[in-house]
Design a protein around this ligand. Structure first.
Ligand SMILES: [Zn+2]
Length: 535
């Protein structure tokens, strides 16, 4: 699951209490049946019967595989590293053992493509304060990713709200001001990081708007703890995919920080914003010291990979159509240390769906559907849906032959009785027929209370837009996204195999399987709703 890039107001989503649970039980009836009601006046009475092969989906297999794929040995499976490659080889080998056919390049399991990465060059950039060089990422950390040269004197801003201080053409130095509580995320990274990052953005924007040539923010006691994390994450730079479709361009969350970035839009010279240590305050307070900032960027390409296997359908007429099961194998790798742990295992995100796909493949191999099944593990999802954006531009089967994309991301956490189905309500729903199959499949297998809040366009997380189904859905492939949603361990080293609810993950797997089974056998393939435009 991709971390949202837009600034959004994040709130805590606690476990539902018993009263809330009762309410949530009513939600599907209240919310889901309403939009569906127009299409199908009443729900079918008896749920469809799962095939015998559903028994091949076993919790013990899922648990064993998850402990392997999310183990410390896999080192967090960071995209473009040997660690993602190791996990990719492991998945391909598991598919081979199950008996799938490879569907990647030249008869292999792998579809190779390149990531393009841009970052501040550590070797060719420099920052000097009064002639004294500061070490990048250790003494001072650039908080933006832009190449820029600035030579200007410092001015200390003791009170950032005092707008009478003229910072124009100067390097504004200010102590970090705590961000508004609403701007502090409660998931991903540490609290200290989540406190520091929005403070830097808000202060950088405010001082840049007042005409500062550069901004140095001096850490407070909380930001001081986050300094290493900010440096580690910022020094990574930005990522794109060569030859993939563009990122979804419509702003999925107009309530976010649209227009807040002073460097966006008009061709203004970027203004460097840097974070300094708390202990540097004494050095930085004196006005008029020359600061010489020369930031250079470097761009390079390196490989990531999609892993693709197939189980052929049994019906000669339908077997050239495909149900596509989707996951991503990458996570965040080895990053900064939290409580003594630097491996960001990504057990829920997204080893959970990856091992679910293996379990589905075992059942499918025992009893294939009429249509064929494609199992796609997308690389570099965490770096911006790169693998799915590549596969949609270079699909191994024609996109119009894919009758359904069933994507999962984070299937093993939160309340055992609830789960979310993104793409089930307008404006995200692109196939009412496929949604009905998922609802019928849920009735037939897992009987989750479907929490419809996360699929709403008003949801502050913009959850729908943050996984690999989006490039497919945007191109009118019927698509759903199964998830058990965010939790406080999301994108931290705490997302470990021991935190997964294995019975729940097994039921999520059965739900995805049964939805695919219905789509794989139905006479009339699920259609796209008339006039669907993703927004
Ligand atoms: Zn993620």
């Amino acid at each position: 699951m991709l971390v949202a890039e837009i600034a959004v107001v994040i709130r805590d989503y606690p476990q539902p209490d018993p009263k809330m649970r009762r309410f949530l039980r009513l939600l599907p009836a209240l919310l889901l049946s309403a939009p569906l009601g127009a299409q199908s006046a009443k729900p079918s009475i008896a749920p469809p019967k799962p095939p015998a092969a559903i028994k091949a989906i076993r919790e013990s297999d899922i648990k064993r595989d998850l402990y392997a794929l999310a183990s410390d040995d896999m080192r967090g499976r960071e995209a473009g590293t040997i660690d993602e490659m190791r996990a990719s080889m492991w998945l391909a080998e598991e598919m081979r053992k199950i008996g799938l056919a490879p569907k990647g390049d030249m008869g292999s399991w792998f579809q190779w493509w390149n990531m393009r990465r841009s970052r501040i060059s550590t070797t060719s950039s420099s920052v000097k304060l009064a002639g004294r060089p500061l070490t990048l990422w250790t003494d001072i950390t650039p908080a933006t990713n832009a190449a820029v040269d600035v030579l200007a004197p410092t001015i200390f801003v003791s009170n950032i709200s005092d707008t009478t201080v003229d910072v124009r053409g100067k390097i504004a130095v200010a102590s970090l001001v705590a961000p508004s509580p609403a701007a502090i995320r409660s998931t991903t990274n540490t609290h200290e990081y989540n406190y520091t990052r929005p403070a830097i953005t808000a202060m950088g924007n405010a001082l840049t708007r007042r005409g500062a040539a550069g901004v140095i923010i001096v850490a407070d006691s909380i930001a001081e703890i986050a300094f290493d994390g900010v440096a580690k994450i910022q020094s990574r730079g930005t990522y794109d995919v060569i030859g993939g479709v563009p990122r979804f361009t419509r702003n999925p969350n107009p309530a976010g920080a649209a227009g807040a970035n002073p460097n966006a839009g008009a061709a203004r010279t970027p203004v460097p914003v840097l974070l300094a240590h708390r202990a540097a305050l004494a050095d930085l307070r004196t006005d008029g010291q020359p600061v010489d900032i020369r930031l250079r960027t470097e761009t390079f390409e390196y490989p990531s990979v999609n892993i693709i296997g197939e189980i052929r359908g049994t019906d000669p007429k339908l077997r050239d159509e495909y149900v596509l099961f989707s996951s991503h194998q990458d996570h965040d790798g080895v990053r900064y240390t939290v409580n003594g742990d630097s491996i960001w295992n990504g057990a829920d995100d997204n080893a959970s769906t990856s091992v679910a796909l293996l379990a589905i493949a075992r059942a499918w191999k025992k009893q294939p559907s009429k249509r064929s099944a494609l199992f796609v593990f997308h690389g570099a999802e965490e770096r911006g849906l790169l693998g799915s954006r590549y596969h949609v531009a270079h699909p191994v089967v024609p996109l119009e032959k894919i009758v359904a994309v069933l994507n999962g991301d984070m299937l093993g956490r939160n309340h055992p009785d609830t789960a979310a189905l993104m793409g089930s309500q307008p404006p995200h729903r692109n196939s009412t027929a496929l949604v009905q199959m998922a609802i019928d499949a849920n009735r037939a297998t897992s009987k989750f209370v479907i929490d419809s809040l996360w699929d709403r366009p008003t949801h502050p997380e913009g959850w729908y837009f943050r996984s690999d189904h989006v490039p497919y859905a945007e191109r009118s492939v019927p698509s759903l996204f199964f998830s058990s949603n965010l939790h406080p361990d999301y994108h931290t080293p705490r997302d470990e195999p021991k935190t997964i609810d294995y019975p729940k993950l097994t039921r999520m797997t059965q739900w995805m399987y049964m939805t695919g089974w219905l789509a794989g056998n139905v006479a009339q393939r699920p259609g796209i709703d008339p006039g669907f435009v993703l927004r």
